[in-house]
Design a protein around this ligand. Structure first.
Ligand code: ZN
Length: 322
């Protein structure tokens, strides 16, 4: 298998596009498969190196994801792109592994109330599910990476505050159960930058290189500030969604992933390489709109456009004339 991520500098970030999964699962309309393929192609053309392409759930629960295997297989035709899939349980993991994805991401809720409402399992039962998935992965596709995404890590619309000790305990337990990494998700858009910095600092102290991605939502307008706080805590992988599509269907009032276009703009403007061409990324909104014509898209950078004399981080570091 091709190594999905070539060597990156310690300053550079990896932006993982989750729109085809997190975004699409939150909207009522179903995007036709050929539009999903065109959208993924446009993301790859913009330089996106990791894409969460689908969620492997029963079609009766999420008809938007009925074509998950087909979409994954299409994404796999792009060499060098890490193809990720969300799997809610062992059954989904089995289907995703058979589809040939490079990476599985399994959401594990830090809030007991959210876990019971969302998957009708306790957190301890979810740790056992991670263990079962890791075992299956070892058996049939040992090169596939498994990430546990600790959801509701910064608060929960059902239970309110989530104890930080619980979050760290759960992230550690998932790694001990066989996950390659544990990341933290602000599923309900309740995080603030001080909390993000504190919790990711603790996570990285505890898990080292097995500390995973920051998955931030923009529900209260703090998506970018929270990503920057995570960056300052040493995080280098960020989930984001083109046009800010997404949210969580099981967490009422939680809408809007951090907007990929705005996140790329922020990092590139700071001189931090994303590997993504912002103009081409903006163009990737076209196939997204074509496939979901009635869905509103968000983002400040797409509205304002690129500033005069815009220079991405790579051109500045290479010392190219302006
Ligand atoms: Zn999300």
């Amino acid at each position: 298998m091709q190594e999905p991520h070539p060597q990156r500098s310690t300053e550079a970030v990896l932006i993982s596009e989750v729109g085809p999964r997190d975004g699409l699962q939150s909207v009522k309309a179903t995007m036709p498969t050929h539009h999903k393929r065109a959208w993924i192609d446009a993301l790859v053309a913009a330089g996106v190196q990791e894409i969460e392409v689908a969620s492997f759930v029963p079609a009766r629960l999420l008809p938007q994801m009925a074509d998950a295997a087909e979409v994954a297989r299409h994404a796999l035709t792009h060499p060098g792109v890490c193809v990720m899939a969300l799997v809610p349980n062992l059954k989904g993991a089995e289907a995703a592994l058979h589809a040939g994805v490079h990476k599985l991401t399994m959401p594990v809720s830090a809030s007991e109330a959210h876990s019971l409402a969302n998957v009708r399992k306790t957190r301890e039962q979810m740790i056992e599910e991670v263990r079962a998935i890791a075992r299956l992965r070892d058996e049939i596709a040992p090169t596939v990476k498994l990430e546990a995404g600790i959801s509701t890590a910064f608060g929960c619309t059902l239970q309110g505050a989530v104890a930080e000790d619980d979050v760290i305990w759960l992230a550690e337990a998932c790694v001990k159960a066989g996950a390659d990494e544990s990341g933290l998700s602000d599923t309900t858009g309740m995080a603030n930058p001080a909390q993000v910095k504190r919790l990711f600092t603790r996570l990285r102290r505890s898990l080292g290189s097995q500390a995973g991605a920051a998955h931030m939502h923009n529900t209260r307008g703090l998506g970018l500030a929270n990503c920057l706080a995570a960056y300052e805590a040493g995080v280098r992988t960020f989930d984001a969604s083109l046009g800010g599509l997404g949210g969580c269907p099981y967490a009422p009032g939680a809408s809007g992933n951090v907007v990929t276009e705005d996140l790329v703009f922020m990092f590139e403007a700071m001189g931090i390489e994303t590997g993504i061409d912002l103009a081409r990324l903006l163009a990737a909104r076209l196939p997204l709109s074509a496939g979901l014509p009635h869905e509103p898209l968000y983002g400040m950078t797409p509205e304002a456009g690129l500033p005069k004399g815009w220079q991405p981080a790579s051109s500045r570091q290479a010392g190219l004339p302006s």
